[in-house]
Design a protein around this ligand. Structure first.
Ligand code: GLV
Ligand code: MN
Ligand code: MN
Length: 425
């Protein structure tokens, strides 16, 4: 109760951020769980809350044409190119509260702290809450960052969600004009670099006893959908040898994917969703559709693995007299973080008194799309047990504070690429 009397300036960055993480987590489609998918009513409420925090922090703020929340803190004079910060505010289903929001809220709190001190820089700061990083609702990811990078593919507008709603209609219901997504695109000259703070979503920082780390690269990903077509039939009358059961075929494929990836260190493969049709206890499944998510640090290894897995699925289907249809729904290359930005993050980490640890990101991030606009870099913050995409996702207050201090220092000491080169020569 007493805490309510503290002024914003007296509250530590970590405390303010953690309180806001908790507030945002209350905005969900599911009671007692966090689910906030792209263009849903709760996504809209979350956007409005973020916009209000941005304005409180001294920024002008708006919702862009794809649903990104964009706040701008002017520099010494209006209209200067910006250092762009941010992360995403959509979630997976039954999510944790830190994946995405930590980066958006920390960036807002850093700007608020600078605003309270009246600090302005020879560059502007923009904070973006990207609308769709997870790609849960439509079979594509990074829609918000692609729109900003100018690489949004308009054909995605016709994609339907589970309920048959097209992205075009979902945008309209959200209050946006699908015909204006091009207006969200930014020019390269407007952005000096993109820095994202995010929980690690893995166990490395915890094992190293460090609160923060410097990301070297974001691993690429290939996503596929496989559909196996067999023959539906009566569960009581069709003898086992005569069946063309699509679901048992899918089961064999899934185990083949698992053993293929297990045998190759660094390669990970996941089947996260499966649908058996017609879906009744007493009917042999005539069709099974499943997703695949294949990742590795290198593009060549990942693409080779995807090609071999497609072949393996086709062979299993052939042996079982099933027809396989396999589509690649998403392909993202591995993205390296820029050396000049990494160096500035490393300096900030060291200045905060921590050992500098470089580590790759196995998870995908908006930087994978932002690289088409500008150089990117990331700060990782330790999360408990490396758990993520799960309600148990957790980051300690002290680590939130450490991450925020590093980001604040990066902003305060930021040297645009050209200027940095000038000062070094
Ligand atoms: C996003 O979290 C992803 O890596 O799929
Ligand atoms: Mn994320
Ligand atoms: Mn995620």
């Amino acid at each position: 109760m007493e805490a309510q009397s503290t002024t914003p300036a007296a509250v530590s960055l970590g405390t303010e951020i953690t309180e806001r993480i908790d507030r945002l987590a209350l905005i969900s489609a599911d009671e007692g769980a966090i689910t906030r998918v792209f263009l849903s009513p709760e996504h809209r409420r979350a956007a409005d809350l973020l916009l209000s925090w941005m304005r409180e922090a001294g920024m002008s703020a708006h919702l862009d044409a794809i649903g990104n929340v964009v706040g701008r803190y002017e520099g010494d004079r209006p209209g200067l190119p910006c250092l762009m910060l941010g992360s995403h505010y959509d979630t997976v289903r039954n999510a944790g509260r830190w994946d995405g929001p930590l980066g958006v809220i920390t960036a807002i709190s850093c700007v608020a702290a600078l605003h309270r001190r009246g600090r302005r820089f020879p560059f502007a700061i923009e904070v973006v809450g990207f609308a769709d990083e997870e790609g849960v609702r439509f079979a594509s990811t990074l829609l918000g960052s692609r729109a900003i990078a100018g690489t949004f593919d308009d054909s995605a507008l016709g994609v339907r969600d589970r309920d048959g709603v097209t992205m075009r209609d979902a945008l309209t219901q959200f209050g946006l004009d699908p015909g204006h997504i091009g207006a969200a695109a930014r020019a390269g000259r407007e952005v000096l670099g993109y820095v994202e703070l995010h929980i690690e979503q893995g166990p490395v920082l915890e094992a190293e006893g460090l609160p923060v780390g410097v990301v070297t690269a974001i691993s690429g990903a290939t996503r596929l959908v496989a559909s196996l077509e067999g023959m539906a039939g009566h569960a009581g009358t069709v003898p086992m040898p005569l069946r063309r059961d699509a679901l048992t075929g899918a089961a064999e494929c899934i185990l083949a994917i698992e053993s293929y990836c297990r045998a190759r260190p660094g390669l990970v493969g996941t089947v996260g969703h499966i649908l058996a049709e017609p879906g009744a206890t007493n009917v042999i499944p005539g069709r099974a559709t499943f997703t695949m998510d294949i990742r590795a640090a290198g593009d060549t290894g990942r693409k080779g693995a995807a090609a071999e897995l497609i072949k393996a699925i086709q062979e299993i289907a052939q042996q079982r007299k099933l027809i396989a249809n396999i589509t690649i729904t998403h392909e993202n290359r591995t993205v390296a973080c820029a050396d000049w930005l990494k160096a500035q993050i490393s300096d900030a980490v060291a200045a905060e008194g921590y050992r500098v640890l470089d580590l790759p990101s196995g998870a995908g991030h908006d930087g994978m799309a932002m690289i088409d606009l500008t150089d990117v870099a990331m700060i990782f913050v330790r999360c408990r047990g490396g758990i993520s995409h799960h309600p148990d996702e957790h980051t300690e207050l002290a680590d939130v504070e450490a991450g925020a201090r590093v980001l604040l220092r990066v902003i305060e000491n930021f040297q645009p690429k050209g200027l940095q080169a000038d000062t070094q020569t």
